[in-house]
Write a protein that binds this ligand. Structure first.
Ligand code: GDP
Ligand code: MG
Length: 163
C-alpha cells in the first residue's frame, strides 16, 4: 500500500497551494473563479528518498456554505479511509473559524496521525498568530508558508517519519 498524504481543511486556507508545492506546479490545474482544484486531485512527491502520493481533498468542495457539511464528511472520510498521514490546514492570517473547529472535532476521532498545519505563516513574525490554534487540541501547529515554502521542510520531515 502506497503512502498517502491527505490535505484537508476549510476552503481558502491554502490546500491547493500546498498540494502544488508538494507535487510540483505542473500537476495541478486551478479554477481561478472558484479556487477549487478541478483536476489532478492526486499527485506524486518525494522527500529524502521516500515516495508518497498527495491528495488535495479540497477539490471535492463546491464552495457554497450549504455544502460545507457534506464536504467535511467527504474530505474526512477520504482522509480516514485512505490516508497514512492527514495534513489539517488552517490559516493564520484569517485566524480560527467555526469550520476549523468542526474539522478538528471529526479528525480527533481517528487513530491516524493528523498534523496541524498553520499556513500563511510567510514570515517568522507571523508565527505568534498560530497560538490560537492550540485550542483545537491537535497538538503543536507546524507554521508553514505554502506560498514561499517556509517551514515545509520541517513538516515533511515529520510526514515521512510515519512511512
Ligand atoms: P484552498 O481553497 O484551501 O485550496 O486554498 P488555495 O490554495 O486556493 O489558496 C487560497 C488563497 O490563499 C489563494 O489566494 C492563495 O494564493 C492564498 N495562499 C495560499 N497559501 C498561502 C500562503 O502560504 N501565504 C499567503 N500569504 N497566501 C497563501
Ligand atoms: Mg483548493
Amino acid at each position: 500500500m502506497a503512502n498517502l498524504v491527505a490535505i484537508v481543511g476549510r476552503p481558502n486556507v491554502g490546500k491547493s497551494t500546498l498540494f502544488n508545492r508538494l507535487v510540483g506546479h505542473r500537476q495541478a490545474i486551478m479554477d481561478n473563479e472558484s479556487g477549487v482544484t478541478r483536476d489532478r486531485h492526486y499527485g506524486h512527491s518525494e522527500w529524502i528518498g521516500k515516495y508518497f502520493t498527495v491528495v488535495d481533498t479540497g477539490g471535492y468542495v463546491v464552495g457554497s456554505e450549504d455544502v460545507f457539511e457534506g464536504a467535511i464528511r467527504e474530505q474526512v472520510q477520504i482522509a480516514l479511509d485512505e490516508a497514512t498521514v492527514v495534513l489539517f490546514v488552517v490559516d493564520v492570517d484569517a485566524g480560527m473559524t467555526g469550520l476549523d473547529e468542526e474539522f478538528a472535532q471529526v479528525l480527533r476521532q481517528t487513530d491516524k496521525p493528523v498534523l496541524l498545519v498553520a499556513n500563511k505563516a510567510d514570515t517568522t513574525d507571523r508565527h505568534h498568530m498560530m497560538g490560537e490554534f492550540y485550542a483545537l487540541g491537535m497538538g503543536d501547529p507546524y507554521p508553514i508558508s505554502a506560498q514561499n515554502g517556509a517551514g515545509t521542510g520541517d513538516l515533511l520531515d515529520q510526514v515521512v517519519s510515519y512511512f
